[in-house]
Design a protein around this ligand. Structure first.
Ligand code: SF4
Length: 277
């Protein structure tokens, strides 16, 4: 698709999210195609197609099961719905994990948003567990086949957006008092490796730096006229926009996918979740 035919302006009242910012950070053209051109899933992301589509659906069902359990449905009623090998494995791992949330108020599928620069940023959480004393735990369930490194998870826009947004917009969960960053921790729980979550505490220094970075990133996107293709063509093998960019027809294999390439896949899954909530 020639550059000149692509839209360059954001849709009216566009709200940024961690997945759109991650898309931009991975590849400015992917952001343009997905959010400005509003082109969705024109090509498969990974081979084998059916297996990966099935896995994506299992991830969605797993999120729904956990959400229903957390709002009070008994496990016995939900267990029959974990009716594939992956779902059953993840669900058993979830039921056997002590998340240490005694005394916490659990808020599932919470959406927070706040103005940032001249725009808005939102975060959609799997679970926020609030505790006395101005503490809050942000949980996010991941059904990755392989557990990524902590360094990779720490650098994700999700880790930065979710913690910062709770500081900026979470006061109503804390009796009207804004959370101090020091009271917040983000925990990625991996359904395949349940005893090895990735934990990210927070502090004011990191919050200030995150908010500044996010503000700068959003300003940069808003003022951009040119959205170049990524130089790292490894990312293209797992991107649904390959045909628009003349970056090949064949989808990459899930087996050969490196950690650094989860982003395109993950953001599509999270984009679906953001639309669904
Ligand atoms: S195919 Fe490559 S260049 Fe095109 S949007 Fe996807 S990642 Fe970017």
């Amino acid at each position: 698709m020639p550059d000149g035919t692509l839209k360059t302006g954001l849709p009216p009242a566009f709200t940024f999210s961690q997945s759109s910012l991650q898309d931009y950070t991975d590849c400015a053209r992917r952001f343009q195609l997905r959010y400005m051109g509003q082109l969705h899933w024109p090509a498969v992301e990974t081979e084998p197609v059916l297996e990966n589509e099935h896995r994506r659906q299992e991830g969605q069902v797993f999120h729904r099961l956990v959400q229903q359990h957390l709002i009070g449905l008994p496990a016995e009623r939900l267990t029959p719905l974990a009716n594939t090998a992956n779902l059953s494995h993840w669900w058993n791992n979830y039921l056997q994990t002590n998340f240490k949330m005694e005394g916490a108020k659990k808020i599932t599928e919470l959406t927070l948003s706040a103005p940032i620069g001249g725009n808005r940023l939102m975060a959609k959480y799997d679970l926020v567990a609030t505790l006395p004393g101005g503490r809050a735990l942000i949980y996010d369930w991941k059904t990755y086949q392989k557990r990524p490194r902590d360094e990779w998870m720490a650098a994700r826009l999700q880790t930065r957006v979710y913690r910062a947004m709770l500081v900026v917009a979470g006061a109503y969960l804390n009796g009207g008092k804004p959370y101090e960053a020091e009271g917040i921790e983000m925990i990625y729980w991996f359904a395949n490796t349940p005893s090895d979550p990735a934990r990210f505490p927070y502090d004011t220094t990191h919050f200030k730096s995150d908010w500044q970075t996010l503000t700068g990133l959003i300003q940069q996107i808003s003022n951009h006229q040119h959205f170049p293709l990524t130089d790292d063509d490894k990312k293209c093998a797992y991107c649904p926009y390959r045909s628009y960019c003349n970056r090949g027809i064949q989808a990459g294999s899930a087996e050969g996918m490196e950690e650094t390439l989860f982003n395109g896949i993950d953001s599509t899954f999270e984009q679906i979740a953001e639309i669904e909530y």
